[in-house]
Ligand binder design. Structure first.
Ligand code: ATP
Length: 358
């Protein structure tokens, strides 16, 4: 007969520490699962992360210690942690009903430009606070950005944070291969500028599609993927949708420069650069896969008619949000063009909406 304690059942109604009663699962990561729980003592909802045995208790508790050490509006706060009788580590943290910002992606998998920029500015504020204390997050990615009650972004998941006594690079316990900076992949550890690199790749995914990097990884394989990141050739202007302004692409490409000395040198510097970016409009994709533009006053859409020879056409339409009145945008509506010319007109229209040039 085994004398090992019976594993705690992870199910509705299981109660930890005599007070956190599990209500329903809300997420799953590589090291465990996350549940919504009710603290029955003070009648408050918490997110409970249950980390399975497999990695050491100390390392799992470290995640809780980091999350407990800081109080910042852009960092998810850990309130309590303990080791259950069967060795599971159970962490109680702020519950964010909005979940991760990945839920804001449209059917094409990307987020509207203003939300992407705003979220990254928030994340960089959280990173500034961690870096100030010589903590390197090391797992900046869309799933780890949660939505606060006012729509603010909060960085979560301190499972592989690096702590440096002096601010010098440290070796992490592990890293997320898709977002590993070249120096990390080369075995030289993590530092503030590796978080900047990860923030750049995160922003790229928010703008170009959450699955965009994974697609590259799957087609290239790990070795060539890492070589392309190290050579600065993995992502270029062409990988961004055409309606993303050049200034935004430049900010991302600066953050992911293979040479740490050429990146933004701090979260503050990157945040300041993003704060200068402001645009009149943006594009998203509706439920049937069509691009839909928007600014404060209008909704924009277009139709492109492909045809052989010089018979292609492009029609741009705007609808006034208040009156519902629909009109053609005459400077972007044209017949009797080649398909290539119609394509160029489409890109010009997409950019004009974002830049407020209509
Ligand atoms: N405090 C929270 N409030 C609300 N939802 C949360 C909270 N923490 C995590 N979640 C949800 O649970 C999911 C899993 O989180 P978790 O940190 O375990 O894993 P992950 O970051 O997605 O993956 P990995 O552990 O592999 O890095 C998140 O993506 C999010 O949707």
């Amino acid at each position: 007969m085994s004398l090992a304690p019976a594993p705690m059942p992870i199910t509705n109604g299981t109660t930890f520490y005599n007070k956190y009663r599990l209500a329903r699962p809300i997420g799953r990561g590589s090291f465990g699962e996350v549940w919504l729980a009710q603290d029955q003592a003070v009648n408050h909802e918490y997110a409970i992360k249950i980390l399975n045995a497999g990695i050491g208790i100390d390392q799992r508790l470290r995640e809780a210690q980091v999350g407990h050490a800081f109080t910042h509006n852009n960092l998810v706060r850990v309130h309590q942690a303990d080791v259950a009788t069967d060795g599971k580590v159970v962490i109680a943290m702020d519950y964010l009903p909005g979940g991760s910002i990945t839920t804001l992606a449209n059917p094409a998998g990307f987020l509207p430009l203003p939300i992407a920029i705003r979220s990254m500015i928030d994340v960089l504020q959280g990173l500034e606070h961690l870096h100030l204390n010589n903590f390197f997050h090391n797992d900046v990615k869309p799933q780890n950005i949660l939505r606060g009650p006012q729509g603010e972004a909060k960085l979560a998941d301190y499972g592989i944070v690096g702590i440096s006594p002096t601010g010098a690079p440290v070796m992490p316990s592990s890293w997320y291969v898709l977002h590993a900076a070249p120096e990390t992949a080369a075995g030289n550890g993590i530092e503030a500028r590796t978080d900047i690199f990860q923030a750049g790749l995160t922003m790229f995914r928010l703008l170009a599609g959450l699955g965009s990097l994974e697609a590259k990884y799957n087609s290239l394989g790990r070795k060539d993927y890492e070589a392309a990141l190290a050579g600065g050739s993995l992502i270029s202007r062409r990988d961004f949708p055409p309606f993303i302004p050049n200034s935004v692409c430049r900010a991302v490409l600066t953050a992911i420069d293979p040479d740490p000395a050429k990146r933004f040198q701090s979260a503050l510097e990157m945040r300041r650069a993003l704060e200068k970016l402001s645009f009149a409009g943006h594009w998203t994709v509706d439920g049937i896969g069509c691009l839909v533009g928007s600014d404060t006053r209008h909704i924009f859409r277009f139709e492109r008619h492909l045809a052989a020879g010089p018979n292609a056409a492009f029609e741009a339409i705007k609808t006034n949000k208040q009156s519902g009145r629909e009109t053609r945008v005459s400077q972007f509506t044209k017949k009797g063009m080649t398909n290539a010319e119609a394509g160029k007109l489409e890109v010009a229209f997409l950019k004009a909406v974002v830049e407020g040039k209509l």
